[in-house]
Design a protein around this ligand. Structure first.
Ligand code: PEP
Ligand code: MG
Length: 576
């Protein structure tokens, strides 16, 4: 039966494919107690699931992925078989069913938590990394228990697969970069969560905040994902399907057409040059930045180098990553943000999940609390600055003392490089992210000490409107056009322009073509966004007349009524 689910579209376009249910750390497992006389049956149910997975793994042998050597795939399957047969997975949960009188799914989840906990304490990197395999095998058993046996994940080309999950962490989504899934959709998450941000870099249509998708959609069901409208259509009929196939073709065609302006000079109709930079998470994202004609990297979210691993990237490894970006971008400026770990980006063992992560020890707060960690990153960035135009960007500043301390630590890193006789750019520019209202409201003191600023609107909106950007329950309250947000933005941009310091916006609104003219009208000349959005923003710039925008933006700034603001922004966009 066909039905539609609405959520928040986070990456435009249309995908049509088959659902693959993904479970994140078995989060969705429910717990119920069972009567004593049901224990035997529950244990037998668990045995049956184990047997089903053993059979599934045997069948998988016939479906070795094309891009994986056979020997490697055999080793992978053998490891998974061993994990499955080990008594910690095949027997221990049955003991838990008995002692706790609970359902098999819950017993499996408890045992998995135990195992993952033990693994995280292992010092050997290789063994610690096997956590992922244990989790994958446990997920297969869970699927079998729930009566949704795992499809051989490689039986169907990834291009036709739509990942359906209750929740995904940014760390999970980063792993998708190695795959070619058609789309992913989740129940939780907000449009500016880091999960959504990474999804944009994958450039696949995706929708979050669907609330019930994971429960309503069945494995292998045909689904359409409209990432622009934030809609998911499950089991569509022939007519709807062909309608969306046409829409998909049109969307692809529009993307093709946009490519034609890639090499054009980025200037307004009245001749002012505008800088459009790319936001990247990993060095390989430079490819997309170049393909879309970015004039440089405006935000390199370096914390992604710290995710999906059990240790920290050593200084040399970081240096190589930064050097690769600056080399690959062939002389264009690269703004490297020092790591913004904490909140929704956790590096196992180095960050703590605190009661209120967005307000906890995140970004510069963590760097100042862990100066050794920071020191190595600063040295790595400085060393890479010997190879090109690199700038340092400090995230989440709220207090001017944090600037003083960061500058002091940068000086120390420079001295240590001098002692080691290593080269770096002595004039390297240091900037700060303005993303906490306190910094926005005392912008002049920050401008005095910094060479440039970059406005992180994702956090600025989160903290100004008190909306957790990762929480789907309040996702609808996220509003870049809120009068308070517009007024703060204008204050920051004006102050920076007056002080003669460069100012960029690098939050997601920089990539929203509906807001390009408003930002231009406020005096913004530098935008940094995901490469996928670059050309549509560029098209907006090419058709904008700066001389008309300033007065119109002033009018919007004077307006306090949200609906009126929206109408005025629409009018701004309609003008030629
Ligand atoms: C922002 O907050 O707008 C920003 C660009 O940084 P991040 O999304 O990584 O927090
Ligand atoms: Mg931020």
């Amino acid at each position: 039966m066909t039905f539609t689910i609405h959520g928040a579209g986070i990456s435009g376009g249309i995908a049509i494919g088959r659902a693959q249910l993904a479970s994140h750390e078995l989060l969705e497992v429910t717990h119920y107690t069972i009567a004593k006389n049901k224990i035997r049956g529950e244990k037998a149910r668990y045995d049956k699931a184990i047997k089903a997975v053993a059979k599934e793994l045997n069948q998988l042998k016939k479906h070795a992925p094309q891009d994986m050597p056979e020997a490697e795939f055999d080793a992978f399957l053998n490891l998974h078989r061993m994990i499955l047969e080990d008594s910690t997975l095949s027997e221990a949960p049955k003991e838990l069913i008995e002692s706790m009188m609970c359902n098999a799914e819950w017993a499996l989840k408890l045992q998995l938590d135990n195992l993952l906990d033990q693994f995280s304490k292992i010092e050997d990197n290789y063994l610690r990394e096997r956590r992922t395999d244990v989790r994958q095998v446990a997920e297969r058993v869970l699927k079998a228990l729930l009566g949704r046996p795992g499809q051989a994940p490689v039986a169907q080309p990834e291009e036709n697969t739509i990942i359906v999950a209750h929740d995904l962490s940014p760390t999970d989504v980063v792993l998708f970069k190695q795959h070619k899934f058609a789309s992913f959709i989740t129940d939780l998450g907000g449009a500016t969560s880091h999960t959504a941000i990474v999804a944009r870099s994958l450039n696949i249509p995706s929708v979050v905040a669907l609330h019930q998708a994971r429960t309503l959609i069945q494995e292998d069901e045909l689904i359409i994902v409209d990432g622009t409208a934030g809609v998911v259509i499950v089991d569509p009929d022939e007519i709807v399907l062909s309608e969306y196939e046409v829409k998909r073709e049109q969307w692809l065609l529009e993307q093709q057409k946009l490519k034609r302006i890639r090499k054009n000079r980025t200037a307004t109709l009245d001749g002012t040059d505008i800088d459009l930079f790319a936001n990247i998470e990993l060095p390989d994202d430079v490819k997309a930045a170049k393909e879309n004609g970015a004039s440089g990297v405006g935000l390199f979210r370096t914390e992604f180098l710290f995710l999906n691993r059990g240790d920290l990237p050593p200084e040399d490894e970081q240096y190589e990553a930064y050097r690769k970006v600056v080399k690959d971008m062939k002389g264009s400026p690269i703004t490297i943000r020092t790591f913004d770990l904490g909140a929704d980006k956790q590096a196992e063992g180095y960050t703590r999940v605190t009661p209120n992560p967005a307000l906890g020890q995140r970004a510069i707060r963590l760097c100042l609390a862990e100066p050794r960690l920071f020191h190595h990153q600063l040295r790595a960035i400085l060393r890479a600055s010997a190879h090109g135009d690199i700038r340092i960007l400090i995230p989440m500043l709220s207090n001017i003392h944090e600037v003083d301390q960061a500058l002091h630590l940068i000086e120390e890193a420079k001295e240590s490089l001098d002692n080691d006789k290593l080269k770096y750019d002595r004039e390297i520019q240091i900037g700060g992210m303005i993303e906490v209202p306190a910094a926005a409201l005392s912008i002049n003191s920050f401008l005095q000490k910094l060479d440039f600023i970059s406005i992180g609107t994702n956090d600025l909106i989160q903290y100004t409107l008190a909306i957790d950007r990762t929480d789907d329950a309040v996702a609808h309250l996220y509003d870049p056009m809120h009068p308070a947000v517009i007024s703060l933005l204008s204050t920051i941009i004006k102050a920076a322009n007056k002080a003669g310091k460069s100012v960029a916006v690098c939050g997601e609104i920089a990539g929203d073509p509906n807001l390009t003219r408003l930002l231009l009208g406020m005096g913004l000349r530098t935008f940094s966004m995901h490469p996928a959005h670059l050309l549509s923003v560029k098209q907006k710039v090419l058709t904008s007349n700066l001389s008309e925008l300033s007065n119109k933006a002033k009018k919007i700034l004077r307006t306090q009524v949200p609906d009126r603001i929206e109408t005025l922004i629409d009018a701004l966009n309609e003008a030629a």
